[in-house]
Design a protein around this ligand. Structure first.
Ligand code: B12
Ligand code: SF4
Length: 559
């Protein structure tokens, strides 16, 4: 049945297919009132896939959660009348971990325990010999681990659904190789389906994604995907947010604007009801057995930190939208939300803070426990925020805040000792961290080691500051990031020449060092990151595998 109004049909005249050799746009045949209803039914079926993860066994944690991008996109398209399936191939195949090269099973738990044990009692030099990331010739040669459904399982499940369109989510650059492998296999198995990629990495590296897919991916949708994907499904050529190859040439039509918050339907829990997200969560502080979901109430940030991909202005959902989503989540048994908002207190005019203060009340009202994993910027944490959280936590019943991530972010390329500087400049904010921690809220932060310009001594200064914060009782945990120069960031523009091997995709994982700093070479960066783990682990022996490559708690019997 045609669901478009007359006005919509007039506003969106079907475009001619001008996309090269393959017949890519549906307008050439079906559309509304098409003769071939069988084909048009298939054209309405869309599968959205999160590809399996490939990770560096030495430095990367293995973690994942609800794929919010394709969940939001799927909820939107479903509301527009399309039949949507989401396949989270990472979590649906979570226990299937194999060595990428040989395909042999990878015993994650034993490997992790042995690795953490080895680092505890050996020097970083000895560690790098046992768990090398380069070959004898000095070129990058990582041992990669694959997590997720096998390609055959993915194909089988998609075949059952027989979609006209397949969307591949590529949010991170370190997913590049995995996504390319999947796209090629999908193209081979489903020659008639249109394959579309989207997500942060696909947006930032559209040309590389199209090139490396060797013709498997028909379109890259750039930025927020709803309108552009909808246009493609309707057989229209969107006038922005699209990239594709035409007669061997790359064509690009600009990134989309900010999220369409006003028109966005609620995330539909039904789309993910077949996926069992692990307990405890693999990407965040645990939820004490409570069913959880990642969620974002706001998007974007105006800060433009040099390492961060975020280029969108701050915007948030309306409070009415939030209430409706909370109600729906509760009806589906969710008891805890993991907030992934880019800048939870964001907004240049502090509107983010006002919104956040209301959110905290709504979480209590709906009995929804919550913790933050996206980051409450250290510089923005103030008394009113802490008071609001503690006030709601003090009320009886569920809906408390359980953990807060308060990162120290470098604001400028010149910030070489971020933790030392920011912690030193804000003793009052440190006291607030302590208040939160003393009230039972798990407070955690992070440092980023291996930034351009940092010497080994600069990196050590930040290790020292983190030691002081942990031993001083201000923080429960410090997550250790090894800097990745990510496409679309200021660092990328200025320093990507420092990356050892641009095709070392799994090195773009934000935990895995992949470059020199100009002042410290690649080997020194690797070793200093290991030194950070060695020194900080002693002060945080309880830390679990989530978001951490060397979790002390992996050692059975205690660290
Ligand atoms: C939530 C989040 C996570 C969660 C959930 C990840 C998951 N399973 O999806 C967790 C904490 C587990 C996580 C892990 C990682 N993350 Co993360 N994460 C985010 C965060 C904060 C929000 C992403 C999100 O869901 N947004 C909400 C949705 C609604 O918006 P969206 O993603 O932009 O999706 C829209 C469009 O992109 C587009 N779209 C998305 N997919 C598709 C697919 C198709 C077919 C189409 C047409 C369109 C489309 O339409 C969507 C709807 O509008 C972003 C920062 C950011 N603001 O983007 C970082 C971010 C994506 N993460 C990043 C990284 C590096 C990682 C990790 C590699 C870190 C690590 N080593 O563990 C891993 C990847 C592991 C994994 N399993 O995916 C980087 C990626 C940068 C890059 N170029 O590499 C980002 C950008 C943060 C940063 N540092 O700047 N992440
Ligand atoms: S790191 Fe955080 S504060 Fe900095 S630009 Fe990204 S979202 Fe904003």
């Amino acid at each position: 049945m045609c669901t478009k109004t007359v006005a919509e049909q007039m506003a969106a005249p079907p475009a001619r297919n001008s996309f090269g050799n393959r017949e890519l746009l549906a307008t050439d045949s079906p559309g509304c009132g098409s003769a071939s209803s069988k084909r048009s039914e298939k054209e309405k079926r869309v599968v959205l896939v999160k590809p399996p993860l490939y990770t560096c066994s030495t430095f990367a944690p293995i973690r994942s959660a609800q794929p919010l991008g394709i969940w939001q996109l799927g909820s939107y398209l479903q509301a527009k009348g399309y039949e949507i399936r989401i396949m989270d191939s990472v979590i649906e195949g979570w226990e299937n971990k194999t060595y990428l090269e040989s395909g042999a099973p990878f015993d994650f738990r034993s490997f992790l325990e042995e690795k953490v044990r080895f680092l505890r009692s050996n020097t970083p030099e000895a560690f790098m010999k046992k768990y090398p990331v380069t070959g004898q010739d000095g070129n990058i040669r990582r041992t990669l681990v694959r997590t997720g459904l096998s390609a055959d399982e993915i194909i089988e499940r998609i075949r059952d659904f027989n979609p006209g369109w397949i969307g591949i989510s590529i949010i991170a650059t370190c997913e590049h190789r995995g996504a390319m492998d999947l796209a090629k296999r999908l193209r081979h198995e489903f020659p008639d389906a249109k394959i579309v990629a989207g997500g942060q990495h696909a947006t930032a590296m559209a040309k590389t994604v199209l090139r490396d897919s060797e013709g498997s991916i028909d379109f890259v949708v750039k930025g927020k995907g709803e309108l552009a994907f909808e246009a493609l499904l309707e057989g229209r050529k969107p006038d922005r947010s699209l990239a594709y190859m035409k007669n061997g040439e790359f064509v690009e039509q600009g990134a989309s604007g900010p999220a369409l918050l006003e028109d966005m339907p609620l995330l539909d829990p039904g789309l993910l009801s077949h996926v069992h997200y692990p307990l405890p969560a693999t990407h965040s502080f645990g939820t004490h057995g409570r069913k959880y979901s990642d969620w974002m109430a706001s998007f974007g940030c105006h800060r433009r930190c040099p390492f961060c991909c975020n280029q969108q202005p701050y915007r948030h959902f309306s409070l009415a939208h939030v209430e409706a989503q909370l109600k729906l989540f509760r009806e589906h048994g969710y008891e805890e939300l993991v907030l992934q908002d880019d800048s939870l207190l964001g907004g240049p005019r502090n509107d983010g803070k006002e919104f956040f203060l209301e959110l905290v009340k709504l979480f209590k009202k709906y009995g929804m426990f919550w913790h933050d994993n996206g980051g409450v910027e250290f510089e923005r944490l103030d008394e009113s925020v802490v008071d609001a959280i503690l006030k709601e936590n003090g009320k009886p019943g569920p809906g408390n805040c359980t953990a807060l991530y308060v990162p120290f972010n470098p604001r400028y390329v010149e910030d070489l000792r971020v933790v030392e500087t920011q912690a030193g400049e804000r003793p009052k904010t440190l006291k607030l961290l302590k208040r939160l921690k003393d009230s039972g809220i798990y407070t955690f932060s992070s440092g980023i080691w291996g930034r351009a310009g940092q010497s080994v001594e600069d990196m050590r200064a930040d290790i020292r500051s983190c030691e002081e914060l942990l031993s001083g009782g201000f923080l429960d945990q410090v997550i250790i990031f090894g800097l990745s120069y990510l496409p679309g960031t200021k660092y990328w523009e200025m320093f990507r020449h420092l990356i050892v091997d641009p095709a070392d995709w799994e090195g773009f994982s934000i935990f895995v060092p992949h470059a020199s700093t100009g002042q410290a070479d690649f080997d020194e960066v690797n070793k200093t990151v290991l030194e950070a783990y060695r020194r900080l682990n002693v002060l945080q022996p309880h830390v679990g595998p989530w978001a951490y490559a060397f979790p002390p708690s992996a050692i059975r019997g205690g660290y």
